[in-house]
Design a protein around this ligand. Structure first.
Ligand code: SAM
Ligand code: SF4
Ligand code: SF4
Length: 359
């Protein structure tokens, strides 16, 4: 029987500072000594795809209760919160979802966020709306995009997106992003053993010499609806070994401490790839990411079971000092390290869906 996915427990704890504001003193570190550097903002829980590993159609069908409009944080609310995060040390903001390009007037939000100094502003998308939107996003101040693409052959890709989108639509999106100046484009392929792993070498071959950076992501047990099984995870080391056999690779240093992808470059100078081994090689010890959901809850881990309701504070008229203290308190009490302690039991537990929390 399918488990009905949840957004969050209705009783998720309100932030402690609603009643007792905390002073913000000293460097902002969580209980494991990690600082807060990356903010992922989900701008919609809706999507035009139904990827089998993310929003399986039998759960996210036509009667799935997506969030009503008034539940979404407004652009003004998002920008206000983002400004406070930047003051707390955030240096990178990623817009995500659901499919973020479905959010009406998105370039206006980008323009508002681009006004924040010293922040790298990026977006993750399935790419099909980029031909229409990429120039406007660039003009609004977006720096780069990551585009998801799981296969180069249409039958496999259509099976995976389960919404009948052909590969060409995504390739057009990648080209539009590059032409608009949103590169280097990162291309994310979720590898599901037995579903699309036969296309690894073809993907590598296609994106060599392109200037785009192909990244292979291990299939993860996010949410409760995707029927995750360890057998379907193809370890990144196998991906690297398979590509290396055809196109020899060598490791390269991370761009910065805490980078999620492990980087490899082709020895013949054809570019680089990355592997994201969230299952077989956890990187929780350097995880500096916080997520803001579509309706304004803060999640300190992709696999969280509860969020902290920042929207309640915002809409209750909290001033910046109160919000600052709330954010700091959430971070200071963080001790997540889900990927380090994953077991069959944790994988089966009810977790929040990625399309809601923000991928
Ligand atoms: N709709 C956009 C997209 O697909 O790029 C943005 C949101 S999506 C949730 C963000 C990323 O999460 C995508 O690259 C997607 O492939 C990845 N993703 C979703 N479910 C996943 C899973 N179960 N395991 C690994 N990656 C997953
Ligand atoms: Fe939509 Fe992205 Fe999830 Fe696919 S991975 S269903 S494109 S949100
Ligand atoms: Fe960060 Fe949670 Fe992923 Fe670990 S499992 S890397 S703490 S988001």
């Amino acid at each position: 029987m399918r488990v009905i996915p949840i957004r969050d427990a209705a009783t998720s704890p309100l932030l402690p500072e609603v009643t007792a504001p905390l002073a913000v003193d000293g460097p902002l570190l969580d209980r494991r000594g990690r600082s807060l550097r990356d903010l992922r903002i989900s701008v919609t829980d809706r999507c035009n795809f139904r990827c089998i590993y993310c929003m399986p159609r039998e759960v996210f069908g036509h009667d799935y209760p997506f969030l009503p409009r008034e539940a979404l944080l407004s652009f003004e609310e998002i920008t206000r919160v983002a400004r406070l995060f930047v003051a707390q040390g955030v240096r990178k903001i990623r817009i995500t979802g659901g499919e973020p390009l479905l959010r009406k007037d998105l370039p206006r939000l980008i323009e508002m966020l681009a006004g924040l100094d010293g922040v790298e502003l990026t977006l993750t998308t399935n790419g099909v709306l980029l031909p229409r939107l990429a120039p406007g996003l660039k003009a609004a101040g977006l720096h780069r995009v990551t585009v998801s693409l799981d296969a180069l052959d249409d039958p496999t890709f259509r099976r995976m997106n389960d919404a009948d989108f052909p590969v060409a639509r995504v390739l057009d999106g990648i080209a539009a992003a590059r032409d608009a100046g949103l590169g280097p484009v990162k291309v994310n392929m979720v590898v599901k053993r037995g579903t699309n792993d036969q296309g690894i070498e073809a993907m590598a071959n296609h994106f060599r010499h392109s200037g785009h950076i192909l990244r292979f992501i291990e299939f993860m047990d996010v949410g409760s609806s995707n029927g995750w099984k360890m057998d379907e995870v193809l370890p990144s080391r196998e991906v690297v070994a398979r590509i290396d056999r055809l196109f020899p690779l060598e490791p390269i240093d991370p761009n910065y401490e805490g980078e999620v992808a492990e980087r490899w470059r082709y020895r013949d100078g054809a570019g680089e790839i990355g592997v994201i081994s969230s299952v077989t090689h956890a990187f929780c010890s350097t995880c500096t990411r916080l997520r803001l959901s579509t309706e304004g809850k803060l999640y300190t881990c992709l696999f969280a079971q509860n969020g902290h309701d920042l929207r309640a504070l915002l809409r209750a008229g909290a001033d910046d000092e109160r919000l600052h203290a709330a954010i700091a308190a959430v971070w200071r009490q963080r001790e997540d390290r889900y990927s380090e302690i994953r077991t069959a039991a944790t994988a089966a537990a009810r977790k929040i869906e990625m399309s809601y929390i923000g991928g």
